[in-house]
Design a protein around this ligand. Structure first.
Ligand code: NAD
Length: 437
């Protein structure tokens, strides 16, 4: 099949590459010339495990191309995926200007039947808006609009795309249903479902999934905060409730709040959609409030430890990305922590395996960046852990004891065993667990 993918970010590039991998011909189009030039030169512009191998192979075999011309990208395509940004507008609703702008352009240049697919996360009713934008200049016989939300996780994007738990396809057109079913067939050979539904239900499924997961994390964060008050251990509570199959073991790890480009904006957008349609999502308002506080929950703990004064203190910061295995720093809790620590007059020495370039461009020399984990802790008065990269799980505690000014760790991701930290003589403050001092 011939496919065009509009927008080559985390979703578009993975989508395009993975569709090429099963033998389709894919042209990816982006307005960012710099990015397109990089990709034409064989450079993957984002960090995403395993993407480089597929990217290289499919370019070499002539199935994956890049352009800045929308017209060139779509002229032979049967299916056009819109993998465009839907950032929060000033009022928290999803900004549809990228999607509707491209839909408008497409309406002017399409000359034969095409399936236009909303791959971006978009509010209920967007397929209708895209249809209207196309129909302003194009006969409705020449297109169908499908909602096909993406559930991939950054860091596992390629695996998630190649073996999805499910594929959700929202369409009322039998013709589009057949095209989409054929396209996705190779990805569900193990028996996971392709779930066909109407466009609105598909649009809402994505928001419901992300909002549910954000709520689950937030609930555990509140349980963890309460554990600290009463001297309970959230790890025990987590295992205790997670073994109930109605609850499940996953997504129960407390921490310093959810971040990233999806959960914060999607929870906000669903709450906003609710208000537009006269429904008050009280639970989502609470989730957003709690998460906002959770992102910086570690800073008052650090301040308490240093008796309220962080001026002249050197804080080592491990982890900047919003989660491991990505260079994405959008809404990353680490950035909130950096802002507060800088305001308190602390010096920050940071390390992240993949996200440092993105943070450097935001903070310049306000933060010192070092090239490896162990350089960050030299002469540090405390270590803060903000992202659970694997490389932080087994550090050299002897080296830490030797190089740090004080053996003090604030762990936002609960990486270490509290008993072990006690034996090693560290002050160890984690989330929802016994304070070790
Ligand atoms: P992104 O910001 O990484 O990428 C968007 C790309 O679109 C950029 O490369 C940008 O240059 C390009 N673009 C903007 N305007 C354009 C135009 N007019 N023509 C061509 N290209 C244009 O975004 P993303 O993270 O890939 O997310 C895209 C959508 O997918 C969003 O709605 C997001 O909510 C959703 N989504 C994201 C994830 C994720 O993990 N990142 C997962 C599922 C769904």
């Amino acid at each position: 099949m011939k496919i065009a993918v509009v927008g080559t970010g985390y979703v578009g590039l993975v989508t395009g590459t993975c569709f090429a991998e099963t033998g389709n011909h894919v042209v990816c189009v982006d307005i960012d010339e710099n990015k397109v030039n990089k990709m034409k030169n064989g450079v993957v512009p984002i960090y995403e495990p395993h993407l480089d191998v597929l990217f290289e192979r499919n370019i070499k075999q002539g199935r994956l191309e890049f352009t800045t011309s929308l017209n060139d990208a779509i002229k032979d395509a049967k299916i056009i995926f819109l993998a465009l940004p839907t950032p929060p507008d000033e009022d928290g609703s999803a900004d549809l200007s990228y999607i509707l702008g491209v839909a408008d352009d497409l309406g002017k240049i399409i000359t034969d039947y095409k399936v236009i697919v909303d791959k971006s996360t978009v509010p209920v009713g967007t397929a209708d808006k895209v249809t209207a934008a196309l129909a302003a200049n194009l006969s409705t016989d020449l297109f169908d609009v499908v909602s096909n939300p993406e559930f991939l996780r950054e860091g596992y994007a390629v695996d998630d795309f190649l073996k999805p738990d499910r594929v959700v396809i929202g369409t009322s057109s039998e013709k589009a249903k057949k095209v989409m079913g054929d396209l996705y067939k190779p990805y569900v050979r193990q028996g996971n479902p392709i779930i066909f539904m109407d466009e609105k239900s598909a649009e809402l499924t994505k928001y419901a999934a992300n909002s549910f997961l954000a709520t689950k994390i937030t609930f555990m964060n509140e349980i963890a905060n309460f554990c600290e008050k009463v001297g309970a251990d959230v790890d025990m509570v987590r295992i205790g409730i997670g073994s109930d199959s109605r609850i499940g073991k996953r997504f129960l790890f407390p921490g310093i709040g959810y971040g990233g480009s999806c959960f914060p904006k999607d929870v906000q957008a669903l709450a906003k959609s609710g208000k537009e349609f006269g429904y008050d999502f009280q639970i989502l308002d609470s989730v957003m409030d709690v998460n906002e506080k959770q992102k910086t929950i570690i800073v008052p703990k650090i301040k308490d430890f240093f008796k309220g004064d962080l001026k002249g203190k050197t804080i080592a910061l491990w982890g900047l990305a919003f989660k491991p295995d990505t260079d994405d720093i959008r809404e990353a809790p680490a950035l909130y922590i950096i802002n507060e620590l800088l305001e308190e007059g602390a010096t920050i020495v940071a390390f992240d395996p993949e996200a440092m370039e993105n943070v450097k461009s935001k903070y310049g020399d306000k933060v010192t960046f070092v090239e490896d984990r162990d350089s960050a802790i030299v002469n540090a008065d405390a270590l803060v852990i903000a992202t659970e990269w694997q490389v932080f799980r087994n550090p050299d505690f002897d080296l830490m004891a030797e190089k740090m000014n004080q053996k003090v760790i604030f762990d936002g991701r609960n990486l270490y065993d509290t008993q072990e930290m006690k034996e090693l003589g560290f002050y160890y403050n984690s989330i929802g667990r016994i304070l070790v001092r």
